[in-house]
Ligand binder design. Sequence first.
Ligand SMILES: Cc1ncc(COP(=O)(O)O)c(C=O)c1O
Length: 458
Amino acid sequence: MERAVIPVAAARPGHVGDGLPAVVGAGLKVPLVTGEWVPYAGLDHAASTPSLVAVRDAVDELLPWYSGVHRGTGFVSQVATRVYERARQEVRRFTAAPPDATVVFTRNTTDALNLLGRCLPEPTAVFRFSTEHHAALLAWRGHRVHRLATPDTPAEAPAVLAKALADAPGGPKLVVITGASNVTGELWPVAELAEVAAARGARTVLDAAQLAGHRPLDLAGWGVDWAALSGHKMYAPFGAGALVGAVDWPAAADPYLAGGGATAAVAEQDDRTAVTWSALPHRHEGGSPNLVGAHAMAVAGRSLAGAGWPAVTRHEEELTTRLREGLARIPGVRVLSLWPGGHPRLGVVAFSVGRCGGEPADQRLVATALSAEYGIGLRDGAFCAHPAVRALLRDADGHQPDRALRASVGLGSTAEHVDRLLAALADLVRDGPRWRYGHPDEGWRPVPDPRPAPVLVR
Ligand SMILES: Cc1ncc(COP(=O)(O)O)c(C=O)c1O
């Protein structure tokens, strides 16, 4: 078959300015309650990143070739199958996993961690810190979970883990490592934790959801057994994620989803159905694969690596410093951190606002006003990491608010977005909202809300 028919998006233009990959939707205008339209300041990359232009173009190029993967003899179907299998190789390369690592495409990180959770030998002792995202906290139901105390510094994390592993009984063990906190952006010492785990016979899984689009991954170098990642957090929002890593436990487990693709043979015999399950990775990819999502992830990975991680990192670090320094100047704003001092972090900054127009601030109202009056999108709440956020918000008097705000930057963010957020927060702290808001039980809405709904949602 001709190789040339398969689109190669990274070879196309799509990079702007200082070599950073361009994103779809840059400059998109959104309405304010005042009737003005302003460029959207999307400061919520930790939740989902916009698509890269290169990814959108690659998807456009792929769509005429869209067809069933592993399910057809037609030329187009065979091209689709090759694109899908090539995406698998590219995701393996993107994560720098060992050559024999399996890559199972999933829906997202949650799905990938739950898949691994279903592959653990019974019973496995799972070790994890309490600061993780719910996906990494909860995917291990049915196994014995050991909660590790949050260390005082990242450098102390390996010792906390070593002690817990030393005290643990024999049997299979899994250590859950989060690459970067989705609350504070702080980086965990992945290689050091993996080394401690390996030395004590424990396996490791890296929750790379936040890390993947922002820093290079190095599974083999770090000695991590598995990584879970999401395309929509690495500029490829087409519904795919992946579990990448060691073959043994996933190969020995029953399929995650029983059905077509996961089965090599099925026969009805007397009163039973005899099934021969497929080998990896198909064993855990029951149902029709997400060709577009897998291809999008591969192209995003190639584009990010092609742009050069130093350029991506520099852009994020400049914006993060601007954001953190600006927040520190606003009265009553408290930035949340797991650890004191200047540890390495991604561009994810959670904070709470003390007062808004002289009243105790309602974080959700602040977030609503930032959107309605300033065209700024960020996140409020506890960011699917309730234990971590509650612990970080607890104050010296024992008060425990359960909501914070989170701004997160990435390739779709600019200095103007950050400056607009800082100016808007300063206004809100000093004067409060300029519009009226109601329905606090539903999380606040402008009253009235004259913003027209885009055609998409009409
Ligand atoms: C650190 C971390 N882990 C896991 C997840 C879950 O990712 P997804 O929602 O793509 O499954 C997230 C999502 O915010 C995250 O930030």
